[in-house]
Design a protein. Structure first.
Length: 440
C-alpha cells in the first residue's frame, strides 16, 4: 500500500483536448451560463482557497482559458500544451513536470478532466476524505452500473508520489489508466453517482445535460417559436431513438413531411412499428398541401402518448424565419403537454424586424417599435420571456429556451448576453447552441 499523506495535495486540470468526437470545442461550450471547463476549475479553486488542495495547475491549448485564469483565478497556474494531438498523456506529463520543477517534495497529485461539468463539490470533498482516510497509493472515482455490481473507474484520480515516475513515462491517449491497471492492489475506488462522472465526449451527452428530459420517458413536448424548431425536434427525437426508445413527432398545425423516417396515420400502424423494433422515430400525420403533414383526425395526442415513449409536437409555424410572436390562436399546445421548448435563431440580431420576424406586426406591438427597427439582445429576451411572445400558453409547464445558430464565437458571445438578460428576468432553462455544428 502507498504511504498515506496528510498534507494538502496538488491538482492538475487537463483542458487541452481538441474535442474530435464532439465536433466542436466542447470545453468552451456554454452550459447554464458558463463554459464547460469552468465547472471543474471552480471546484478545484474553492478547495485551494479552503487549503484542502495546495497548488492548482491547468494544462490547455486555448488562449481564452488562459485569459480567464489570469483574470478570475489568482493563484491558479497555467501551462500551454503545444502538441495536444499527442493525447492526454502529454498534458499529464506537462502538468506534473511543472509541479515537480517547483516542488520536488510534492506528495500527491489529483488529476481531473475539464469535461465533467456534473461533478459536484460534495463528491470532490468525498474523494479527498477517502484519500486521507485510507492508505492506498492511488484513489480513483468510480460508479456502479447497477446495485451489487463492481465499481467502474473514472476520473478524477489521485496518485501518490510513488507513481510520478511512471506517469511521466506515459505516451498517447491513455492517461493514468495504464498505471492503475498495473497497480490495482494499491488502488482504492471512491464511489460517486454515475451521472456526475459523465464525460461530454459527444454532442448527445451535451444535449442530455442541458435538457434532462432527454433521459426520461413519458413526456409530451411542444416546440414553439422560430429559427430551428423542426431541426431541434429531429435532434431530440434522435437522442431518444439512439437510446432504444420510440419517439413520435407530429404537429398541431403543419410540418413538412419527413423523408428520413416512416409516416403513419393510424394507431394500428404505429403499434405495428413498435413491435418491429426499438429505437426509432415515427412521424404521425396525414398529407396536407405543399408537401406537409397535419394531425390525423382519427388519432389524438393521448393516443400517441400511450403508444410511444415520448411525443414531440410542433405547435406553431414561422415560415422559416428566425423570429416570431404568436398570432391570436397560436401556439396550439395540447393539454397533454408537460414541457414547452421555445426556439429563436441568433441570426435575428441586428436585422430589420420586418425581414426576420414572422407576424412582424405582433412583434412591433409587443416591442413598441416600427418595422425598420433592428433587433437587439434586449428585444430577443423580451420576446422569449413575454407571455404575449414565445412564452404564450406555457402556463405552469416546464419552459426551456433555445438560442439557436450560435455558429461562431462572436455569435455565441452575443447569445450569452441574451441568456444573462433572461436569467435576470427569472428564466432558468436556457441553452445557447448551434444545431448545425451539433449535427455535423
Amino acid at each position: 500500500m502507498g504511504e498515506k499523506l496528510k498534507e494538502p495535495i496538488a491538482a492538475v486540470l487537463l483542458a487541452a483536448g481538441s474535442s474530435t468526437r464532439f465536433g466542436g470545442n466542447k470545453l468552451l461550450q456554454p452550459l447554464n451560463g458558463k463554459p464547460v471547463y469552468r465547472y471543474m476549475l471552480e471546484l478545484l479553486y474553492e478547495k485551494q482557497k479552503e487549503h484542502r488542495i495546495g497548488r492548482v495547475l491547468v494544462v490547455s491549448q486555448y488562449d481564452s482559458i488562459f485569459a480567464d485564469i489570469r483574470e478570475h483565478f489568482p493563484g491558479v497556474e497555467a501551462v500551454q500544451n503545444r502538441r495536444p494531438q499527442q493525447g492526454i498523456a502529454s498534458s499529464l506529463r506537462l502538468g506534473l513536470a511543472r509541479l515537480l520543477q517547483q516542488d520536488g517534495g510534492l506528495g500527491a497529485c489529483l488529476f481531473a478532466v475539464a469535461d465533467q461539468p456534473g461533478f459536484s463539490a460534495a463528491s470532490l470533498e468525498k474523494m479527498l476524505d477517502y484519500w486521507q482516510a485510507n492508505s492506498y497509493g492511488i484513489v480513483a472515482a468510480g460508479y456502479r452500473i447497477k446495485e451489487g455490481s463492481g465499481l467502474q473507474m473514472k476520473n478524477p484520480v489521485i496518485f501518490s508520489s510513488a507513481y510520478f515516475e511512471k506517469l511521466q513515462s506515459l505516451t498517447g491517449d491513455v492517461g493514468g489508466r495504464q498505471v492503475i491497471r498495473a497497480h490495482l492492489q494499491d488502488t482504492g475506488i471512491c464511489e460517486i453517482p454515475q451521472a456526475e462522472l459523465q464525460d461530454l465526449d459527444t454532442a448527445d451527452a451535451f444535449l442530455r445535460l442541458q435538457f434532462p428530459f432527454l433521459c426520461e420517458s413519458g413526456h409530451v413536448i411542444a416546440l414553439v417559436g422560430a429559427g430551428g424548431k423542426t431541426t431541434l425536434m429531429d435532434t431530440f427525437a434522435a437522442c431518444y431513438a439512439q437510446g432504444g426508445s420510440m419517439a413520435v413527432v407530429t404537429t398541431t398545425t403543419r410540418i413538412m413531411r419527413p423523408k428520413q423516417y416512416p409516416v403513419v396515420s393510424h394507431k394500428e400502424q404505429l403499434a405495428a412499428l413498435r413491435q418491429q423494433k426499438t429505437g426509432q422515430i415515427v412521424a404521425v400525420g396525414t398529407d396536407a398541401p405543399e408537401g406537409k403533414l397535419r394531425m390525423p383526425d382519427r388519432m389524438s395526442i393521448a393516443d400517441l402518448a400511450e403508444a410511444a415513449d415520448v411525443v414531440f409536437v410542433e405547435a406553431d409555424g414561422a415560415k422559416r424565419l428566425p423570429c416570431k410572436a404568436p398570432r391570436e390562436k397560436e401556439p396550439v399546445i395540447p393539454k397533454e403537454c408537460d414541457i414547452v421548448v421555445g426556439v429563436m435563431g441568433m441570426d435575428t440580431l441586428g436585422q430589420p424586424l420586418a425581414q426576420v420576424c414572422f407576424c412582424a406586426e405582433q412583434v412591433m406591438r409587443l416591442l413598441g417599435v416600427d418595422k425598420k427597427h433592428r433587433m437587439t439582445e434586449e428585444d430577443m429576451a423580451r420576446l422569449l420571456h413575454s407571455e404575449q411572445g414565445t412564452r404564450k400558453g406555457v402556463g405552469n409547464r416546464d419552459y426551456y429556451i433555445v438560442l439557436n445558430k450560435c455558429d461562431d464565437a462572436q455569435t455565441m458571445k452575443r447569445a450569452q448576453t441574451v441568456e444573462r438578460l433572461l436569467r435576470q428576468a427569472g428564466e432558468e432553462h436556457i441553452a445557447c447552441i448551434s444545431l448545425r455544428n451539433i449535427q455535423n
